[in-house]
Design a binder for this molecule. Sequence first.
Ligand code: MRU
Length: 345
Amino acid sequence: MRPVYYEDGALKLIDQTLLPTEEVIRSYTDYRKIGEAIVTMVVRGAPAIGVTAGYAVYFAALEFKKEPIATFRQKMKEACDYLRGTRPTAVNLFWAIDRMSTVIEKAEPQDPETITAQLKEEADAICAEDIAMCRAMGKNGAALIHHGDTILTHCNAGALATADYGTALGVIRAAMEAEKNISVYADETRPLLQGARLTAYELHKDGIPVTLITDNMAGWMMKQGKINCVVVGADRITRNGDVANKIGTYSVSILAKEHHIPFYVAAPTSTIDFDMLSGDDIVIEERPSDEIKWIKGQQIAPDGIRFENPAFDVTPHQNVTAIITEKGVVYPPYFRSIPKLRQDQ
Ligand code: MRU
């Protein structure tokens, strides 16, 4: 399942706001509209946002490639700044835009047509690499999963959150392909229900046994011995191993610790912010209160009260048993093991 891909001169996105009841593919050629698609979560999930941003930069270049080089560079800077402002937490967005910006800086000769062609190649490379990283991560992570395990996951870190295959769900897919006879509990993941709408949808579609629970049920399932390990994705991992992921992940990590259940994070190295020392510095996106106040057009809370809607939280590194990447599995102390992953990045 490919939620983001380039075809026939356009960027195609599966509209994830409509899943699981409607499967609609939208076409984009305007980088501003692609930025809106990131903000409104037509596309979401850290790696998928990075891939999308790569193509958005390419479409900006297509728009400005007839300009003189100085104007082209200025317009491209403005387009990149606009895209950087769409969502603050997932580092993959910034990582992909930085890669595209480096192409603009280093291209030879410095003419807009040449740069635009090279940007297309870079966007395609980011997309292809993401799929390869998910496959490698899946293999590395599957080694941690035992035959017959039941795995809890939170939010959607699946094919829908990447260019294909998924991070946490990539590990689950790889374990399934290795005939480990696993099953999955999916947290529904309020407020936007990525677990119910997306994770349950894509696992069911692939024939992977999935049981949906509401977010407040995970602890009780653990207490009854129904969960063998937790595997989640990440939006940003800092140098010390702190992990920003969907709001609620932190609570799950504490529950896992209390019940002596391994808590694994699966993420490509493009999700590691090697320059950020700890999770204290991660900017947590605050989303509109209507996401809590309303469900599918139905108001569920009174007018006149206050809401808080942080989209992510930070799980401290002490709660993370291991981090699964495409380069291998790393263990604490993360301030030693994570920097080693940077080599040849
Ligand atoms: O707000 P979202 O849906 O973009 O949040 C997504 C998550 O938190 C995922 O768990 C994370 O991006 C990892 S995706 C491989």
